[in-house]
Design a protein around this ligand. Structure first.
Ligand code: FAD
Length: 492
């Protein structure tokens, strides 16, 4: 082993953790170790790409879903290779393919590193849940639920989208729990709380399960996501944007830019997509109070324009609305009493009188839990309790530095603990989708390699044992590949 070899742990193997591991493996030399720790069955899918429903499509065109920013055609080329061996219809960069298939792509990236890249001896897959972390000057100890403790140079927290976890009787707080849509009497009414893309997924799942009863979806404003249309992003440079840090003035600017663009024959989508590369900078410039105002007043409108439905999905939603099976409305939940067979719920419509009704199932579709102060995850609780991390004050994950280092309770950036992906939403805002996460993965891998190697060279005496320091022999990937990362059947 070289004096500067590294051992880096990545907690969470969804898109963020898996892609970071791929970038780290690219940089590995013999003796380097990347530990990828995942609590759910299967590495590389995460919450977003684990769905088994083939009608759950990506909400981004294939042409924007390459895992590598500098190889924009990577995903489309992978898709073409898959399709050339099958009778499925051809795809191009404008296609919206299934999320299941995208998960298979992410897994194939890890497989490529192992089989073609020869990095099998550098990767350690740990099918377990990270439950505690301790940062000391000479390294980080990561404890997993199975009881093992790993001693590492650095750990990246890529735990992604936390499903809300409160289910009670016929009320499902977690819409991604497969039980959420199981066992509903076919003709009974269902209520969905939330009208965004999660609601859209659940409606599709209910329709696929031949649900015939009424489906009502509610949110405070009752806004439905807009639909994708072919529209090239406007080429906006940083100096085209106003220097203001007022969210009201920014909103005025966006509206007037949309009007100007429309006068020149451009679609509003071109303005929204053209703004996207600048959103992290814009967000970081805003004060806490301005961010709060955005969340309170503008977010619902921004979200439905920014997170759009694939046209074929929109057609199914529209058809369900036209035949009167699906209704979307603006309501607040006043009271809810779940029992095993139904939920009695009182709603206050935005325009109208308070109403009480019974639903066979109520499913929360308001999106992942982002307020880590309220969540039940042992690792997050441990990080917060020990002061190794601090929650975003607006309930948007954990606070990080520009580099992605976790900020401790006293605001100091860690040199060994990092976070990646949606966990860092409070610091970057536009960091929940592939086109943004992939940039951070590449950047963080480069930073970690350089900084860890430099430190290990400078302080060889500090480097004590690395790897597993307690309990039975670890699963080397070479032995563990078949069950953990077996390439799946096409599209499976
Ligand atoms: C339903 C849904 C659909 C989406 N669709 C798209 C899309 O079409 N296009 C797009 O660009 N973006 C989409 N997104 C955005 C999504 O956030 C990103 O694309 C990306 O999947 C985020 O990956 P992640 O690895 O950060 O998070 P996740 O996918 O949530 O993965 C995190 C992983 O960490 C694991 N984990 C958490 N805690 C621990 C622990 N303590 N120990 C071990 N493992 C742990 C979890 O089990 C999970 O597998 C979607 C998001 C959702 C929720």
């Amino acid at each position: 082993m070289h004096s500067d070899s590294f051992s880096i742990g990545v907690v969470g193997a969804g898109f963020s953790g898996a892609l970071l591991a791929v970038h780290l493996l690219h940089r590995c030399r013999p003796g380097d170790r990347v530990y990828l720790i995942e609590k759910r069955a299967g590495f590389g899918r995460g919450l977003a790409y684990s769905t088994v429903n083939q009608n759950h499509l990506l909400n981004v065109r294939a042409g924007n879903m390459s895992a590598f920013q500098d190889r924009p055609d990577h995903f489309v080329e992978w898709l073409r290779r898959q399709r050339s061996e099958s009778s499925d219809p051809p795809v191009d960069s404008d296609s919206f393919v299934s999320r299941r298939l995208y998960g298979t792509y992410v897994r194939s990236l890890l497989c490529d590193e192992l089989w073609s890249g020869g990095k099998g001896t550098n990767l350690y897959l740990v099918p377990d849940q990270g439950v505690a972390l301790h940062e000391a000057p000479d390294g980080v100890s990561l404890v997993v639920a199975g009881g093992r403790c790993y001693r590492l140079d650095a750990v990246v927290f890529a735990a992604g989208n936390m499903p809300p976890d409160r289910n009670e009787g016929a009320y499902f707080g977690n819409p991604w729990d497969p039980a959420a849509i199981a066992g509903i009497p076919k003709h009974s009414p269902v209520l969905l709380i939330g009208t965004g893309l999660t609601m859209v997924d659940i409606v599709l799942s209910l329709l696929d399960a031949q649900h015939r009863g009424p489906i009502r979806a509610i949110s405070r404003r009752g806004l439905l996501p807009q639909v994708h249309r072919t529209a090239r992003p406007l080429d906006l440079a940083a100096w085209d944007l106003p220097r203001t840090t007022s969210i009201t003035r920014l909103a005025h600017w966006v509206r007037s830019r949309v009007r100007e663009a429309a006068a020149d024959g451009w679609d509003w989508r071109s303005v929204v997509d053209g703004l996207r590369p600048h959103l992290q900078d814009l967000w970081r410039r805003l004060s806490l109070e301005e961010r709060r105002r955005f969340l309170r007043h503008l977010r619902p409108w921004w979200d439905v324009h920014r997170h759009r439905m694939a046209p074929v999905v929109a057609e199914q939603i529209q058809a369900a609305m036209t035949r009167g099976q699906l209704s979307i409305g603006a309501c607040r939940v006043v009271d809810m009493a779940p029992s095993d067979s139904q939920v009695r719920i009182t709603l206050r419509p935005r325009h109208g009188d308070v109403e009480t009704a019974e639903y066979a199932r109520v499913i929360n579709c308001s999106g992942p839990e982002t307020d880590y102060r309220a969540c039940d995850d042992p690792l997050i609780n441990d990080l917060l309790r020990r002061g190794f991390a601090r929650p975003d004050p607006l309930g948007l994950g954990l606070q990080v530095s520009e580099q992605g280092a976790l900020l401790s309770s006293d605001g100091k950036a860690s040199s060994r603990l990092f976070a990646l992906g949606p966990v860092t939403r409070g610091s970057f805002w536009e960091i929940v989708a592939v086109p943004d996460i992939r940039m951070h993965c590449a950047r963080l891998a480069a930073y970690l390699e350089t900084s860890v190697r430099e430190r290990n060279r400078a302080e060889p005496s500090v480097r004590r044992q690395r790897g597993i320091i307690s309990s039975p022999p670890e699963e080397r990937l070479a032995n563990a590949v078949p069950p953990l990362l077996r390439p799946t059947a096409k599209g499976a």
